[in-house]
Design a protein around this ligand. Structure first.
Ligand code: TXA
Ligand code: MG
Length: 318
């Protein structure tokens, strides 16, 4: 299976594969036509750059003009792992992979199947999350098939992804990391302040955040910690079909979609829960908020996007 998938990648075809965060839709990062197929399959806007996945830390050198001391340090500490480093791109990286930017985003995933595939193919692999643009990211092979079907040559099934929310994207060109997208590596792990309030510093630097994301076909309602049960009951009493993702068991008359124990657990279950709520045919999914610290920052960012807060219906995401 890995041999076949690696051969498909080398032949310029699309291969979906598991990572520790979500499934990726991969293609040869240095082959323009192959990368264009990713954008076409996802319906992704061309100005939204891709993350290039590598199987060894030393593969970074050929993709960028200069590995800064900060990037060296972060890679040594967090790779393989859910941290993506943005650096000045080497000329070998096609503009289509970079979404036209002068920089390229690179990460080494911490998943045995992903690493084996990358090392067998022995090429850098551009891979966004393997969902249709705007849909929740896929955390199982079945999610990938539901969204992309025949557009993918091979889907490598590695079971459910362990972390469930995407990598942290960091601009590593300077002396301190600048967070471009919140993710599974926390600000604290990067040596940055985590004051518990979402702050949009640097967010203009990550093109993907301009677009609507993670949108299920049902409505999503965010409940403050401890209020999910009462919120769900009230909505059910008003006549809606209600699903719930919460710490407590679902109350009478409400469909239990996922039971979570905190931020890490919500991260692991969130995207599958959004899809399960659609499948259960609920009108509204109540999600119990977690505190905006550590992984909770990234998770609540995704929950708010799923709820469509501040996003026009016509926007399309990654
Ligand atoms: O965990 C992950 O990061 C997953 C797995 C598959 O590795 N990938 C993923 O890719 O989430 P995607 O394409 O869904 O999100 C990549 C994000 C987008 O917000 C994109 O705009 C940003 O990274 N990005 C990519 N290249 C960039 C660059 N050169 N500068 C700034 N942001 C960049
Ligand atoms: Mg995505």
């Amino acid at each position: 299976m890995i041999e076949q998938a690696a051969a498909a990648l080398r032949a310029g075809r699309l291969v979906a594969f598991p990572t520790e965060t979500v499934y990726g839709l991969g293609a040869d990062a240095l082959d323009e036509d192959a990368v264009r197929r990713i954008f076409a399959a996802k319906g992704r806007p061309a100005d939204n750059p891709l993350i290039v996945h590598i199987g060894d830390v030393s593969d970074l050198d050929a993709l960028v003009t200069h590995v800064t001391p900060l990037a060296r340090r972060l890679a040594a500490r967090h790779w393989p792992g859910p941290l993506t480093l943005v650096l000045e791109a080497a000329p070998a990286v096609p503009a289509v992979t970079r979404g036209g930017l002068a920089t390229v985003a690179v990460r080494m995933p911490d998943h045995p199947v992903a690493l084996e595939l990358l090392r067998t193919a022995d090429i850098p692999v551009a891979a966004p999350s393997a969902n249709r643009s705007g849909r929740p990211s896929p955390t199982t092979a079945a999610h990938v098939r539901a969204d992309l079907g025949d557009a993918v040559a091979v889907v490598v099934d590695g079971g459910p992804c362990g972390l469930g929310v995407e990598s942290t994207v960091v601009d590593a060109r300077g002396e301190v990391p600048v967070v471009l997208r919140e993710g599974m590596i926390t600000r604290e792990q990067l040596g940055l302040a985590d004051d518990g309030t979402p702050e949009p510093d640097g967010l203009a630097g990550s093109p993907g955040l301009r677009y609507r994301h993670y949108a299920p076909t049902c409505r999503v309602e965010i409940a403050a910690p401890g209020t999910a049960t009462s919120t769900a009951r009230r909505l059910a009493d008003d006549g809606s079909r209600v699903g719930i993702v919460s710490l407590e068991a679902a109350p009478e008359g409400v469909t239990g979609i996922a039971r979570v124990t905190g931020a890490e657990s919500l991260a692991a279950h969130l995207y599958a829960a959004l899809r399960a709520a659609e499948a259960a045919g609920v009108d509204v999914l109540v999600i119990e908020a977690v505190e905006e610290h550590g992984v909770g920052r990234a998770v609540m960012d995704r929950v708010r996007r799923a709820a469509g807060n501040g996003w026009a219906e016509t926007d399309t995401g990654t």
